[in-house]
Design a protein around this ligand. Structure first.
Ligand code: NAP
Length: 273
């Protein structure tokens, strides 16, 4: 990479960020598209300090990750309507000192579920955290029926209150034929690769299974989906689409996501050994 006095700084901010794949994705985009910019990772427990860095350095685009997706909201100058409705920001664009917060995870989820019929479909959603709430926002908007299962019932109640749907327990999974199954928990993530949120018996042929986890690239849940002739959708599709959307917001230029799929897959393999 050739840097110049004009090289623009972008960043992934969170705590921790040492495992983030965002620098790999964004720096590859800059190199391929001839953009004089560099993305660095800044881990800090203080979201206030990170926002001060965005304003002073300045950082032109910030990819926001856990645990700052909610707490960053009051520190920004403007929040996009969709990010406001979801209650989480994963992207900050600094336009001449004015910081605007967006949520591009929603675009990532919509891309991952492209071609899957959502209207009127029954969706089993595991999790009620930030990612699950973003999934639920899209499902409600598209008219799907949400069945949420979560370890902490209070969190599931908050989700269904905000986005509709029903709370379900594992013992009742068999009573509904699910068109779509979504895992928005870390269950099955490396190193716990033998764990799965749903047994194979709940996955029906022809349904769609979307696992937000992408480490390993093929989780136990996705293996089960394939074994049941269901459509297996990896969280890497979401990660790629949300990252490309961040660049579109900053550069105001459409970027072909497909060009970067293999770079990310290789990055996951290298990172996870
Ligand atoms: P979060 O806000 O911390 O929520 C975590 C959720 O998982 C909560 O519902 C939590 O349940 C549940 N959970 C955590 N550990 C669990 C366990 N051992 N057993 C059962 N449930 C458990 O995190 P998040 O941001 O929503 O992320 C959730 C998952 O999505 C993570 O694996 C993350 O890597 C993934 N993700 C992927 C992408 C992507 O681009 N593919 C983007 C964002 C997130 P409680 O409420 O009971 O604590």
């Amino acid at each position: 990479m050739n840097f110049s006095p004009k090289t623009k700084l972008t960043a992934v901010i969170g705590n921790p960020v040492s495992q983030s794949l965002s620098p790999l994705l964004h720096n590859t985009i800059y190199a391929n598209e001839g953009i004089d910019a560099v993305m660095l990772a800044f881990g800090n427990p203080s979201v206030e300090n990170l926002v001060t860095a965005i304003r002073t350095l300045p950082i032109h685009l910030a990819a926001v990750t856990m645990p700052h997706k909610q707490t960053i909201i009051p520190l920004l100058d403007e929040i996009d309507d969709e990010a406001k409705a979801i209650g989480a920001v994963n992207t900050v664009i600094n336009r001449e000192g004015k910081l605007t917060g967006y949520n591009t995870d929603i675009r990532g989820i919509a891309d991952a579920l492209q071609g899957v019929a959502l209207k009127g479909s029954s969706v089993l959603l595991a999790g009620a955290g930030g990612a699950a709430r973003t999934v639920a926002y899209l499902l409600q908007k598209e008219g799907a029926k949400i069945y949420c299962v979560n370890r902490d019932r209070g969190q599931a109640e908050d989700l269904t209150k905000a986005f509709g749907g029903t709370i379900i327990e594992e013992k009742d999974f068999g009573s509904i034929s699910f068109d779509i199954i979504v895992n928005a928990t870390p269950i099955g993530m490396k190193p716990n690769i033998d764990a799965t949120p749903f047994g194979e018996e709940f996955i029906r042929e022809g349904s769609a299974v979307f696992d937000l986890v992408y480490s390993p690239l093929e989780t136990k849940l996705l293996k089960s989906a394939k074994a049941q002739n269901a459509r297996a959708i990896s969280g890497l599709t979401m990660f790629l689409a949300q990252g490309v959307e961040q660049e579109r917001l900053w550069l105001e230029k459409k970027i072909d996501a497909a060009r970067y799929q293999s770079v990310l897959e290789e990055g996951v393999r290298r990172r996870d050994g």
